[in-house]
Design a protein around this ligand. Structure first.
Ligand SMILES: [Zn+2]
Length: 231
């Protein structure tokens, strides 16, 4: 056995249940506002040593086993070796058959909290709106949205008076850390104003008109088939 640290040794393969990959392997599909404890429960077994681990797959199709699903993003050693990369690509997610799964989240103790990247309705190119998964509160951070492109969830914590963001990104699932220039808490979700609000209202009106037209077309068709006339 190439790795002997803390794994579950077993001569027979662990009992596994094959589940669709997306809901369990992407961070954003595993959590809800007010509840992110699922990020602390391993969702897979290491195919080499049998330890319970976090199987993660991103939009690029890259897959990795983490020992913890959060900063500093520790990759599970067995499957981090190049020789074992093939196993990562063969694996299907195995949900551990454990009644009371062991929570693992040193990142939580170290002050990190997951935040959702929210589309800024004002479309500013120097700020990013984040929403705290624990409290539901909104924060506006001085970070170009482009730096967080393709990242739905970041982890954030205070460090020396600064808000630091962390996520894994790209085909190689590299951890990134972004120091925000400044940040402020928002009283509520930023709302549209001025021209953007006008555009949004117009869009909604068009959708409603469209829906009404469709309903009347359906009714017309139904009555014509029955040879009836509407009164
Ligand atoms: Zn392992």
């Amino acid at each position: 056995m190439p790795y002997g640290g803390g794994g579950i040794r077993s001569s027979s393969p662990p009992r596994v249940e094959i589940v669709p990959p997306t809901p369990t392997t992407s961070i954003e599909r595993r959590i809800r506002f007010g509840d992110f404890h699922s990020l602390t429960i391993p969702n897979a077994r290491c195919p080499v040593c049998g330890a319970s681990v976090f199987f993660y797959q991103n939009a690029h199709g890259s897959r990795v086993f983490f020992d913890e699903l959060g900063p500093p993003w520790p990759k599970h050693p067995c499957t981090d070796r190049t020789s074992n990369q093939a196993m990562v690509h063969r694996i299907v997610v195995a949900v551990p058959q454990v009644a009371q799964p062991k929570h693992r989240a040193d990142w939580l103790l170290e002050g990190w909290t997951p935040y959702r990247i929210v589309r800024d309705p004002r479309g500013r190119d120097d700020r990013t709106i984040l929403r705290n998964y624990a409290t539901g509160d909104y924060v506006e951070a001085r970070v170009e949205p482009g730096r967080l492109a393709g990242i739905p969830v970041v982890y954030a914590r205070m460090q020396g008076g600064r808000l630091i963001l962390s996520a894994v990104t790209g085909g190689s699932i590299t951890p990134v850390y972004i120091e925000t220039a400044s940040f402020r808490r928002l009283a509520k979700k930023p709302a549209l104003t001025g021209f953007l609000l006008h555009v949004e209202i117009e869009k909604r009106l068009w959708r409603e008109l469209d829906a009404k037209a469709q309903v009347s077309a359906i009714l017309k068709h139904r009555f014509s088939r029955l040879g009836l006339r509407r009164h």
